[in-house]
Write a protein that binds this ligand. Structure first.
Ligand code: F3S
Length: 106
């Protein structure tokens, strides 16, 4: 599967959802996840993310491994999102900031 990682938090650009052929993105207050049961590993979302937050599971940086479980756990809680929308207001300021996991609104 593919996994949304920490740099999506507080950015949520949503460019990723427009290209997903199986509508596998789910939206929370300040983060998106990929439903691991729906993702077909097409990888088209990876280059669309301005925050470079999406990785194939096998390519995850070591410090982002926890996001496999975070995506899976939040998948039933979050709602489907299939159309791009405005990014969060300070997305460009938060893009690339470290340690954003503390701000994850579940
Ligand atoms: Fe998040 Fe990147 Fe999509 S910031 S909402 S994974 S385009």
């Amino acid at each position: 599967t593919h996994v949304v990682t920490e740099n999506c938090i507080k950015c949520k650009y949503t460019d990723c959802v427009d290209v997903c052929p199986v509508d596998c993105f789910r939206e929370g207050p300040n983060f998106l996840i990929i439903d691991p049961d729906e993702c077909i590993d097409c990888a088209v979302c990876i280059p669309e993310c301005p925050a470079n937050a999406i990785f194939a599971e096998e390519d995850l940086p070591a410090d982002q491994i926890a996001f496999i479980k975070i995506n899976a756990d939040l998948s039933p809680k979050y709602k489907s999102i299939t159309k791009r929308k405005e990014a969060l207001p300070d997305a460009d300021d938060w893009n690339g900031k470290p340690d954003k996991i503390q701000f994850l609104d579940q």
